[in-house]
Design a protein around this ligand. Structure first.
Ligand SMILES: Cc1cc2nc3c(=O)[nH]c(=O)nc-3n(C[C@H](O)[C@H](O)[C@H](O)COP(=O)(O)O)c2cc1C
Length: 352
């Protein structure tokens, strides 16, 4: 059984291969995490995951998806993250945070409030993107970033990484997937620029490479850095798996330790062959061809399935999202089902 083998990255030891995938809670005010985030993330650390990655956390106010996203662009937010990261670490899990900028998909309402573009009365703000192309009908038309705007994005990611360290996080995942800003630059469908940030593969991937370099500059060498990508846009003329393999091949040299392989989100109305583990083949191919560690995510719901992915060389870790919302003790249940032993918190030992 491989799912409960430890895993080393830089100075960290993952106690098993199960990671709680970042999940927006849309429950913060002014970007400041609160009791909800402590209990939500804390429960999953108690549940036995090796790492718990806090939701897409904005590097700037305009980079939030909704007005209720968490942020990490000021010191008040850092102070609020500190006890959360500390609690996760006290439970033996690695506290991680996903750093994000929503680009043209920013300024929307919460999913349970419709999820559409905010009106002016609802507090809409100006969104930004590589090009002035909206995500869909009825979405905001973003402003194309100029050179100074791009420099600010890079600087915001750098400052956020420095703050993540102050907050006590030990793992950063950069959000380069799901149609958010970094992905918008990567895909020819959303990037129509004719400067050094658009056109060729090299130009379209320039921003993500600059962000990685800036983050690595302030993020300690003994701590890991991950990048989440969408392996494919599932759309003609979009970013695809060959692009992903090519980019992944350049990442180790830039200081990225693992590629977390998701897909989609760049354009609406595409057909995605969703099914159990449907994104695992992308993680496997990137791992094999680009020779970099990968994380597999997406409809991984069963312990034996998760173990098979690691054992079969599909990925180095599995990220579990909805199954861990349904059951914060997913890793404990997986251990029981697979016949592994994991240490329960002392307070709970009489139950195990
Ligand atoms: C409530 C919710 C919030 C999510 N928020 C994020 C997020 O902040 N960042 C991200 O990269 N993915 C996010 N996702 C996607 C998940 O991380 C994951 O990739 C996806 O749900 C597929 O995994 P699953 O089948 O285990 O749920 C979210 C998913 C859910 C259900």
């Amino acid at each position: 059984m491989k799912l409960f083998e430890t895993y080393n990255q830089r100075s960290l030891i993952f106690r098993n291969r199960i990671v709680v995938s970042p999940m927006c809670q849309y429950s913060a005010t002014d970007g400041i995490p609160n009791h909800w985030h402590l209990v939500h993330l804390g429960s999953r650390a108690v549940g036995g995951a090796a790492a718990v990655i806090a939701e897409a956390t904005a590097v700037s106010a305009e980079g939030r998806i909704s007005a209720h996203d968490t942020g990490i662009w000021n010191d008040t937010q850092v102070q609020a993250w500190q006890p959360i990261a500390a609690f996760i670490a006290e439970q033996g899990a690695i506290p991680g945070v996903q750093l994000a900028h929503a680009g043209r998909k920013a300024s929307v309402s919460r999913p349970w409030e419709g999820g559409g573009a905010l009106s002016a009365e609802q507090g809409a703000w100006q969104t930004v993107a590589p090009s002035a192309i909206p995500f869909d009908k009825h979405w905001h038309v973003p402003q194309a970033l100029d050179a100074a705007g791009i420099r600010k994005v890079v600087a915001d990611f750098r400052a956020a990484a420095a703050r993540a360290r102050e907050a006590g996080f030990k793992l950063i995942e950069l959000h380069g997937a799901h149609g958010y800003l970094l992905h918008q630059f990567m895909s020819p469908l959303s990037n129509h620029r004719d400067d050094e940030y658009g056109g060729s593969f090299e130009n379209r991937t320039r921003l993500v490479r600059e962000v990685i370099t800036a983050v690595r500059d302030v993020w300690p060498a003994e701590l890991p850095l991950w990048l989440r990508i969408s392996a494919t846009d599932w759309a003609e003329g979009g970013w695809n798996i060959d692009d992903s393999v090519r980019l992944a091949g350049e990442l180790s040299a830039l200081g990225v330790d693992l590629v977390d392989v998701s897909s989609g989100g760049l354009v609406p109305h595409v057909r995605i062959p969703v099914g159990p583990g449907y994104q695992v083949p992308f993680a496997a191919r990137i791992r094999q061809e680009a020779r970099i560690a990968t994380g597999a995510v997406g409809l991984i719901t069963e312990p034996a399935q998760a173990d098979g992915i690691i054992a079969g060389g599909g990925a180095d870790v599995v990220l579990i999202a909805r199954a861990s919302l349904r059951d914060p003790y997913f890793p404990r249940r997986a251990a029981q089902e697979l016949g592994a032993t994991i240490v329960a918190p002392v307070q709970y030992q009489r139950a195990w």
